[in-house]
Design a protein around this ligand. Structure first.
Ligand code: AMP
Length: 281
């Protein structure tokens, strides 16, 4: 596996591969890799000549400095996992390589950055949009792989690709879970054993909501039942629990089989923020 820290050498290396007609698959990450990330890498390895993974803890998408400072950064382990998975190129820029001090560009995603995650993490998606657009321009991949676990991020990046005419095929990869059902996340390593148990309420609630919706209960009733379940759980605070149209992420008030529905949630266990979603059908 080749490792690059600077943009110029990476572009030169990938440019030569592109001239030879090699397809490039790209997986952007913030590192602290787990089986969820590796599923994205293996999808890319299967479908492209060359797979590039970036590891960059992007400061502009954090709105909590403690979360940024405590974000795990086990770089040597990450590189070893990427090698084992068959990744060809790791791109590991530092912050000064990605951002100049004079930068003024900012991206806006309208209502998509105001709802769910956006409501609780102001400016988060401006940071995500900008860094992904920069990485797309640097790597110029044919295909890019993102997790469905971050559904809102995927919808937003699909907009970015459409509206900025990136010639990139986007692929959404299903959420990889621990045996308990807990969605894998780099932040899970910060959960104590007790918090891991408490964190189960997120997945359990998604499953409960799904079964209530399938049983004919209205979205508003389901939402309030789940919210009151959360109120009873110690050390857990719910930020949102929403039943939305999978394409637009807007609330829905009735379930109809003709539209795709997702149930999305996020909140804290102790000081650790978790996010998850499942689709209804
Ligand atoms: P992150 O390093 O958290 O920015 O995630 C990098 C990519 O991995 C994003 O596209 C995430 O949606 C995806 N990802 C994170 N966790 C999982 C998971 N448990 N299953 C599948 N994909 C995931």
């Amino acid at each position: 596996m080749e490792t690059f820290h600077d943009i110029t050498s990476l572009c030169q290396y990938l440019g030569e591969k592109q001239i030879k007609g090699q397809s490039i698959g790209f997986v952007p990450t913030m590192g602290a890799l787990h089986r969820g990330h590796l599923r994205l890498i293996s999808e890319s390895v299967k479908n492209n000549h060359l797979t590039v993974c970036s590891i960059f803890v992007n400061p502009t998408q954090f709105n909590n400095s403690e979360d940024l400072d405590k974000y795990p950064r086990p770089l040597e382990r990450d590189l070893e996992l990427l090698r084992l998975e068959g990744c060809d190129v790791a791109f590991i820029p530092d912050v000064s390589e990605m951002y100049s001090e004079e930068r003024i560009l900012s991206m806006s995603f309208g209502y998509l950055e105001e709802i769910m995650e956006g409501k609780f993490r102001p400016n988060h998606f401006k940071g995500v949009g900008l860094v992904v657009a920069k990485l797309f321009n640097i790597v110029r991949p044919h295909r890019a792989y993102f997790g469905r676990k971050d559904l809102q991020q995927f919808v937003l990046i699909r907009k970015l690709v459409e509206e900025l005419n990136f010639q990139i095929e986007l692929h959404a990869v299903d959420t990889v879970r621990e045996d308990s059902g807990l969605a894998m996340s780099s932040r899970n390593v910060r959960l104590s054993e007790q918090e891991r148990q408490q964190a189960m309420i997120f997945y359990r609630s998604l499953i409960k909501a799904k079964s209530m919706l399938k049983g004919g209960h209205a979205p508003a009733e389901v939402k309030s039942t789940i919210e009151s379940d959360f109120e009873k759980q110690k050390n857990v605070s719910l930020e949102y629990f929403e039943i939305v149209d999978t394409e637009t992420l807007l609330h829905i008030s009735n379930i109809s089989p003709s539209r795709s529905v997702s149930i999305c949630t996020a909140g804290y266990v102790g000081k650790i923020r978790l996010i998850d979603n499942i689709s209804l059908f």
